[in-house]
Design a protein around this ligand. Structure first.
Ligand code: BGC
Length: 339
């Protein structure tokens, strides 16, 4: 009996020791994430997936403590958040800039504090000597081995929008007057995604020799309500002349879809409507014929790429400065087959 008791006691001690040892072995990394604006539909999917994916990578010995901050579309507020992240001793920072023009200042702050940085969704731009933006990698990123950008090449999304118009039997020329008359509803013009989507959607048409006429081009700031207002006013102003509505994202396209219905127009019959992102609601409208198409902006792929590189940085591994995730064209056939 004594022997059994002694053995039990010894076992208990071993278990206790193990428990204490494993508690000591758990490494908790502090991750600071700041998103330009929580109310953005697309960035909501993106930030939720950042959290889910970090959680899925946790093990018995590695944990991630994530602080998610809302930049409230205010660069001063976001700069404060980054400053707080530095004070709190974050191990890595993931940042969706409010203003890419502030990239240099923020990168310097974070690099000087010795914290690795993953920029997402809003690509900082390179400038030429005259201050014009150019299609080149950004020096603030290239010069820093612990800074990178994870995103998608917005030229591709614009091109896909244009190609979906080209794939129509009438190539978007509903009234047969020999040209495609379109309205453009743009995201925040400081954002390269808005600039490239605006340019490349139309370029796909003109490159294919299709004549175009721009009736209206206004900024809806990525916002659904604004998209609805702008589309409604364009339809009032130009009526049946409007053949194609290009929206730089799905939130604005969802608003435009409401305006189109309210104006008594019918997508696929007397007007076409395109967005970008492939939000669930937009894909549903495509299946129902109330939107003509969208482009998948892969929030899952991008958030996973951002988290994977953040983990590499935490492990002290070497990283690339740029990571790109492809867009995917989502027309009705694709939506029906894949969603
Ligand atoms: C998305 C938009 C979003 C914007 C935020 C874009 O890539 O398509 O829906 O509002 O990013 O920066």
């Amino acid at each position: 009996m004594k022997k059994i008791l002694a053995m039990a006691l010894a076992l208990c001690m071993v278990f206790t020791l193990c428990a204490v040892a494993s508690a000591d072995d758990v490494k908790t990394y502090k991750v600071g994430v700041s998103i330009y604006q929580f109310t953005d539909n697309f960035m909501t999917l993106y930030r939720n997936e950042i959290e889910n994916y970090f959680k899925s990578l946790e093990t018995d010995t590695v944990k991630y403590e994530i602080t998610m901050a809302d930049g409230k579309n205010d660069m001063a507020e976001q700069t404060n958040q980054v400053q707080n992240f530095i004070t709190q001793g974050m191990d890595v920072i993931i940042l969706n800039l409010v203003q890419t023009s502030s990239a240099d200042a923020v990168i310097d702050m974070v690099v000087d504090a010795g914290i690795p940085l993953v920029l997402i969704n809003r690509e900082p731009l390179a400038y030429d000597a005259d201050g014009n933006t150019i299609d080149e990698a950004y020096e603030g990123i290239l010069n820093n081995p612990t800074v990178c950008y994870v995103g998608a090449d917005a030229r591709q999304s614009g091109t896909f929008q244009g190609q979906m118009v080209l794939a129509l039997d009438n190539k978007g020329d509903l009234n047969g007057d020999g040209k495609v008359s379109y309205i453009m509803i743009e995201g925040d013009p400081e954002n390269i995604d808005a600039q490239y989507r605006t340019e490349f959607s139309v370029k796909a048409l003109t490159d294919a020799g299709v004549e175009v006429e721009e009736l209206f081009d206004q900024v809806g700031n990525w916002d659904q309500t604004k998209g609805q207002e702008l589309c409604a006013s364009a339809l009032t102003q130009f009526g049946d002349k409007v053949e194609v509505v290009f929206c730089n994202n799905d939130a604005m396209a969802l608003g435009a879809a409401t305006a189109i219905t309210a104006a008594g127009r019918t997508v696929g019959e007397d007007i076409y409507l395109y967005g970008v992102d492939a939000l669930e609601e937009a894909v549903q409208l495509i299946k129902e014929g109330e939107m003509s198409g969208t482009v998948l902006n892969d929030a899952v792929g991008q958030s996973h790429a951002a988290v994977d590189v953040a983990v590499q940085l935490l492990n002290g591994e070497e990283i690339q400065n740029y990571y790109w995730v492809d867009y995917v064209m989502v027309d009705k056939a694709y939506a029906e087959a894949n969603y």
